[in-house]
Design a protein around this ligand. Structure first.
Ligand code: SAH
Ligand code: SF4
Length: 373
């Protein structure tokens, strides 16, 4: 008899599961040991043992959207709204650059106002001048095609836009049906990003009320079919000032949400060995050992927070999001120790471009795109 999980074990060239097999593994219908072991093996052969750092600056918490789970949603009047200045953002980036970071994420609520976009362009242009070798990642929601192009021209390289749920029906349950939250539009923006030369990242929320292992299996297949370069996916966490705030009982318990997230990471690593996968802040918020567990399941990116203390507590996506501010070199030292304890090493002074992106752009047959500048 074939031992359980034998199809996952190292040595096989590709892992091409059916949706049913993925759902079974997500349910815990295969022992997690072989799953995580195989994912680690695929990680090492796909991207190596390095852990890349992406410094995040949460540039504004103003948002026009109303996602039912998010503390920054438009209708949450209890948030003190802020927008950082270009100078403030650049100071935060400079501190990261000085510490050896070469990849930076600018994240905000969705607000495609011309002033906001111009400010981001200004920051991108300054970064290109001042910080050679840095890769700029944006996560600002759905933006029109011409705006995205102008941001790329100003010096952005990567874009993160989580599909949140690949099922239109599931997405519809957690987003108002007001025309502003349109699954088809979100998907089209992602496909455009992928087709126009961006290093493209997406991800999903794990543990939504009513979400099934079959839904999560479809999410994995969606990411594979989109041929993404990067993924950040994490457990849903509740925020008391949102419509989902009191629904703890409808979610899988925290330990189960953590395990589901780890299985999702491991399965995606097996399916897409050369992409970048992050050990998300949400995973680390739900489990104090989330960093180590995420890395051991197949993640290779961690995101130290560079947002200045004055703003950090107001970028309140969910309850418990870390607001601890520390001296960056000290944060990096501790992070280095924790990675080393799992047999991994932090890579500084390297932007950590996804191997997947580099190989697909070197091979035009796999999807035309510009090379990294
Ligand atoms: N406004 C942009 C980017 C910032 S929000 C956008 O929505 O694309 C970044 C991510 O935070 C979202 O994609 C969502 O997946 C995650 N998020 C929001 N609320 C959350 C919650 N309550 N628990 C876990 N993740 C959450
Ligand atoms: Fe706005 Fe993003 Fe939060 Fe949705 S998830 S409310 S778009 S910040």
């Amino acid at each position: 008899m074939t031992p359980p999980g034998a199809d996952l074990l190292p040595g096989r060239a590709t892992f091409e599961p059916t949706a049913a097999r993925l759902a079974e593994l997500l349910r815990g219908g295969g022992p997690d040991g072989p799953l995580f072991e195989a994912a680690r093996d695929r990680l090492l052969s796909g991207v190596g043992d390095g852990v890349y750092l992406r410094g995040i600056v949460e540039i504004s918490n103003r948002c026009r959207k109303n996602c039912l789970y998010c503390g920054l949603r438009r209708d949450n009047r209890r948030v003190r709204r802020y927008s950082m200045t270009a100078g403030g953002i650049l100071d935060a980036l400079r501190s990261g650059y000085a510490a050896g970071l070469r990849s930076f994420l600018l994240q905000s609520g969705e607000l495609p106002e011309p002033d906001r976009i111009e400010l981001v362009r200004e920051v991108l242009r300054a970064t290109a001048r001042e910080m050679p070798g840095a890769r700029m990642v944006l996560s600002m929601g759905e933006l029109p095609e011409d705006v995205l192009r102008s941001l790329r021209d100003a010096g952005a390289h990567r874009y993160l836009l989580r599909i949140e749920a690949s099922s239109r029906e599931l997405y519809g349950r957690f987003h108002p049906g007001d025309g502003l939250h349109d699954h088809d539009v979100r998907r089209a923006v992602l496909e455009d990003l992928r087709a126009t030369g961006w290093q493209t990242g997406t991800g999903v929320l794990i543990g939504l009320p009513g979400q099934t292992p079959e839904d999560l299996a479809s999410d994995l297949l969606f990411m594979r079919d989109l041929d993404i370069d990067m993924c950040g996916m994490g457990p849903l966490l509740l925020h008391e000032d949102t419509p989902l705030g009191g629904m703890e009982d409808l979610l899988p318990p925290p330990a189960e949400r953590v395990l589901l997230t780890l299985r999702m990471i491991a399965l995606l690593r097996l399916m897409m060995p050369t992409i970048n996968i992050s050990a998300t802040t949400a995973l680390q918020t739900l489990d104090p050992a989330g960093l180590e567990k995420g890395l051991s399941a197949g993640a290779n990116v961690v995101m130290p927070n560079l947002t200045p203390p004055d703003y950090r507590r107001d970028y309140d996506l969910y309850r418990g999001k870390s607001q601890v501010v520390d001296h960056l070199p000290e944060v990096l030292r501790r992070l280095g120790d924790r990675c080393a304890a799992t047999g991994r090493r932090i890579v500084l002074a390297d932007p950590g471009d996804p191997v997947h992106f580099l190989s697909r752009t070197a091979d035009p047959a796999r999807g035309a795109a510009d090379a990294v500048p």
